[in-house]
Ligand binder design. Structure first.
Ligand code: PMP
Length: 431
């Protein structure tokens, strides 16, 4: 296979004609496929069917401390749910608050509270002239959406295979008091599937930020979402809460997690783990916000999964459904695009996404072409703050929702779109 970049104009034109014919054929089928968001498939949701009946009587509604989960009370979560979420994150239960159905709400509230009331006695961010966040890129669009909503200035920090570029992170946070936070997805990052190295985690824990109220937003959304059984051991990341304590920075991190992609998306339970001081502050705020979260759902989760081992076994059932989908996409990419020099990607060992880097200046056009042929992808640029990918190169592929049969077709449409747009670009350059 010759790289497209080596072809002369005539060869490029001939190739384009060929690809265009296949693309038109695919487009003519009037397909409707969706690879836009990291939604679990129906089969995955079906795995948690038992959760629908695990509480079926009045007697089932008591927490282990005797609290009636049908009533108010237990604002920080029932003990067994705190232990369960703590075990998932590797944090003692007294450093965990279990909340409602979505971790994104806790992240939003954390930013919101920092703006209105400040962090541990520091000036509320709303009273400052400038508030900045570091955003490892490519990253999760909804993180960037929260900080954009609050008018935070977002600074791109490139990802490396070990996590965010820590030389840059260290330099930036040490030199600028207006940098108040960083978004991190430390395990199987969204969208690249990168797990932070031990050195990266230690360097995070030892940061010396100029801002006393600088916080690491450690969104461990994919901490148990392995695609391979062995990945569970290989991809262990260091415990940021412990490392921050060791480094004398116990208050510098908030860790978030949820069961959105474990039980039901948007119908799971979520949790935040942090230092005693940070948790006290969160509780003070929550006191005004809510009387108690849905403890029946908390109890339902613990009754269904039982413990860490139980939930790990459940995640292997998810993996059995997800793995072939990831492998299908990657094998189509390898077969159709390998050696052409028009894109790069990696097979992740966990998480929900495959990150694809097209030739600079091509991502938007590729996503538009795919859409024309009936395949909806995540909008190009979504993986960057303000939806602006400076290279217009990154595309997030979310293989979870389509069936394996649909996925094979979707992957074909995607590679045809990549080829077509790349050929157009190369022809333009050679014009
Ligand atoms: N964090 C990351 C990194 C995610 O990818 C997602 C889901 N796509 C979430 C958080 C959302 O989690 P929740 O449903 O708990 O708000």
């Amino acid at each position: 296979m010759r790289a497209y970049g080596e072809l002369n104009r005539e060869e490029l034109l001939a190739m384009k004609q060929e690809v265009e014919a296949s693309y038109e054929e695919a487009r003519g089928k009037g397909l409707k496929l969706d690879m836009s968001r990291g939604k679990p498939s129906k089969k995955q949701l079906d795995l948690a069917e038992g959760m629908l009946t695990v509480i079926s009587s009045n007697e089932d509604c008591m927490a282990e401390d005797g609290l009636d989960c049908r009533n108010y009370g237990g604002p920080v979560g029932i003990p067994e749910a705190r232990r369960f979420m703590g075990d998932i994150m590797g944090v003692p239960m007294d450093q965990v608050i279990v909340c409602g159905n979505a971790s994104l709400t806790i992240m939003f509230d954390t930013v919101s509270r920092s703006f209105t009331h400040g962090v541990l006695g520091n000036t509320p961010w709303s009273k400052l002239d400038r508030v900045k966040f570091l955003c490892p890129v490519p990253g999760y669009d909804r993180h960037f959406g929260i900080t954009e909503y609050f008018g935070v200035e977002m600074i791109n920090v490139p990802m490396t295979p070990e996590g965010p570029d820590m030389d840059l992170v260290e330099k930036l946070v040490a030199g600028d008091e207006s940098i108040k936070g960083i978004w991190c997805v430390p395990k199987y990052s969204n969208p690249q599937g990168i797990s932070y190295s031990d050195e990266t985690v230690r360097r995070f824990a030892s940061l010396k930020p100029a801002a006393k109220d600088f916080r690491i937003f450690w969104d461990n959304a994919y901490c148990i979402h392995h695609l391979y059984e062995e990945a569970e051991k290989q991809d262990q990341i260091l415990n940021i809460i412990e490392e921050c304590e060791k480094a004398g920075n116990p208050d510098m991190v908030y860790e978030f997690a949820s069961t959105s992609k474990v039980s039901f998306a948007g119908g799971g339970i979520s949790a935040v783990a942090s230092s005693k001081a940070n948790l006290e502050e969160i509780k003070r705020h929550m006191n005004y916000q809510i009387i108690s979260h849905d403890k029946i759902n908390q109890l339902r989760h613990v009754k269904f999964f039982r413990d860490l081992e139980g939930v790990k076994a459940h995640m292997m059932k998810h993996a059995a459904i997800m793995r072939p989908k990831f492998e299908t996409v990657v094998s189509v990419l390898e077969k159709e695009l390998g050696g052409l020099g028009i894109g790069s990607w990696q097979m992740p060992k966990g998480g929900y996404f495959i990150s694809f880097d097209a030739m600079p200046g091509c991502a938007r056009a590729i996503v538009a072409r795919a859409k024309e042929a009936g395949l909806v992808m995540t909008g190009a640029g979504a993986t960057y703050p303000y939806g602006k990918d400076p290279e217009d190169s990154n595309i997030r592929i979310a293989p979870s929702l389509p069936t394996p049969e649909e996925l094979a077709v979707a992957a074909d449409i995607f590679v045809l779109s990549v080829k077509l747009v790349s050929l157009e670009k190369l022809l333009e350059e050679k014009a």
